[in-house]
Design a protein around this ligand. Sequence first.
Ligand code: UTP
Length: 229
Amino acid sequence: MQSTKERVVVSVGGSLIVPDGIDTDFLSRFKALVLEKVQRGFTFTIIAGGGKTARKYQEAANAVTPLSRHDVDWIGIHSTRLNAQLLRNIFVGYAHTQVIKNPTIDIEAEEPIIIAAGWQPGCSTDYVAVLMAKNLGARRLVNLSNIDYVYTADPKKNPDAKKIEKINWPEFRKLIPEEWDPGLSSPFDPIAAKEAESLSLEVAIMNGAKLEEFSNYLEGKPFVGTVIS
Ligand code: UTP
């Protein structure tokens, strides 16, 4: 049966889940908001990033045995899967019981929440999020990270960087590197951006620490963040 509820894809940056240790305060607030929106008729597909777990394990392995890029990615993928299991358990009773590890497979889920994680080397969970949107026919993707906006340049390096509230895909793609690299610092990964453009997907980038902005965006109200479309 075709659902009339809107499915929103949410990519939760690992920096929010595991900024250093696991941020249970963020997770509690995120859970409360998502469940409130579920009561209001939204359904969600949530993709977990790797965060410090990914970085720490990658650095540790590399310090002992120099790793190929492929193996660095696999450590990252498994860290996203661990974080995804954490989310699946947090949303027990509401979340599909299987964490989705391949965003291209047929997904039969009655539950209002689907949790997904990293898929294969050579990309980030941003790309997985876009493929999940494609798979499930979602039109809106929210990227929760630790930045308020996309800026014209890296504000940490360039004091003249200006915030961007609205931008189209061709202009956005000019702002970011063309190639993806593990550890790349880009508001949305280039491979994901290319695919999102081809799908005419709307991607909203906002600060996950300010969950009221996520709520505002879902409700179609003004919000602090950047819309790419
Ligand atoms: P993330 O998506 O968390 O990447 O995946 P990130 O760029 O570190 O993003 P934030 O900081 O969490 O928002 C962690 C790592 O896992 C590997 C990559 O090495 C990535 O850097 N990965 C993840 C893949 O290789 N493929 C995937 O499908 C997902």
